[in-house]
Write a protein that binds this ligand. Structure first.
Ligand code: AHM
Ligand code: MG
Length: 339
């Protein structure tokens, strides 16, 4: 059979069977995640007509307004993942503390971290948004997972992925054996393998950055962005700027077409030169995916996957994309890196 009609479920089970020691637990976990993403996709798609737009009036730990759909996605994920027996602990960008598995359910060997709806400030204007997830193996003793299970290096991830709710809904993920993309066929409610073994170009043609922050960047970043405008791509033209302001959407486009995304440290607040994006829910999972696709991610100095998290909601500068572009950025900031 070719890939026509290859569902995500069938593809994942087929891959799992290649490993004699696999128990099926990771597959089960991914199936639960896929179910949650279909429910979220349905809600996102009807956001314009349902009474789900607007803010809840509460703020999350980062002081940002929590949208109704953020909460909805957060709840759906928890409810889909709490009882399967695959997880020992969860953590969400939208919740201050780690999320235990309820007492009545069996505990498993995996840890799930997620950003339920990234880029949610774009919901009201019909721009693509996404769910990002990261899966680790439990490493603490005892049945229940602990904070230390969540604070693992990206390099130790078992799987990572995202669901992009765009003109179509797509699931993209890796278990460390390359990256595959599946497109949701809404007529049958299944994700179908559409992008097998995704590889990102070694050098891109686009850059994505919020240039409104340019005055707050370090000198290396300023010089690098100037260089992209002045110097050539492979085609001899300057790089094109493409910035949606929705990480999953910006990342997805760059992954497929070639580019570099940057959210560097900025010095709006000199005491917190850490950028905006979160290590555990955004940077690490996307770094795992990009490396599996041939790219790389850095905070300017360290590979994102090698950073030891110290806290649950840690922020980190994120420069991610085609390998040659990211390495070139590192050269620019090497001398005056803020880190
Ligand atoms: P969120 O997790 O609260 O949605 O914020 C993360 C989003 C990313 O999707 C995006 O890359 C970034 O914020 C954009 O930030 P800015 O508006 O500062 O450019
Ligand atoms: Mg986010």
């Amino acid at each position: 059979m070719g890939n026509t009609g290859m569902t995500a479920q069938r593809h994942i089970i087929g891959q799992e069977r290649k490993y004699s020691q696999a128990t099926g637990s990771l597959t089960g976990l991914l199936m639960d995640l896929i179910y949650a993403s279909k429910v979220i996709s349905r809600e996102v798609n009807k956001a314009g007509i349902a009474d789900v737009l607007g803010i809840t009036g509460t703020k999350n730990i980062h002081g940002e307004e929590v949208k109704k759909l953020d909460e909805y996605a957060n709840d759906r994920l928890f409810q889909a993942m709490d009882h399967g027996g695959h997880l020992c602990i969860m953590a969400s960008e939208e919740q201050d503390e780690i999320i235990p598995i309820p007492d009545e359910f069996p505990k498993g060997k995996y840890v799930l971290l997620f950003d339920p709806l990234d880029g949610s400030s774009n919901i009201d204007v019909n721009v693509s948004i996404g769910t990002i997830f990261s899966i680790h193996r439990k490493k603490s003793d005892g049945e229940n997972g602990k904070l230390e299970d969540c604070l693992q290096k990206g390099r130790d991830q078992v799987a990572a992925g995202y669901i992009i709710y765009g003109s179509s809904t797509m699931l993209v993920f890796t278990t460390g054996q390359g990256v595959n993309g599946y497109t949701l066929d809404p007529s049958v409610g299944e994700f179908i393998l559409s992008h097998e073994d995704i590889k990102t170009p070694s050098k891109g043609i686009m850059y994505s950055i919020n240039e409104g922050n340019a005055n707050f960047w370090d000198e290396g970043t300023k010089k690098y962005i100037r260089y992209l405008k002045e110097k050539d791509t492979a085609s001899g033209r300057p790089y094109s700027l493409r910035y949606i302001g929705s990480l999953v959407a910006d990342f997805h486009r760059n992954l497929l077409q070639g580019g570099i995304f940057l959210y560097p440290a900025d010095f709006k607040d000199p005491m917190k030169p850490k950028g905006k994006l979160r290590l555990l829910y955004e940077a690490s999972p996307l770094a795992f995916i990009v490396e599996q696709a041939g790219g790389i991610a850095t905070d300017g100095k360290n590979n994102i996957l090698d950073i030891q998290p110290a806290e649950l909601h840690q922020k980190v500068p994120l420069i991610i994309g085609c390998k040659k572009d990211v390495l070139k950025y590192q050269e620019f900031v090497a001398n005056d890196s803020p880190i």
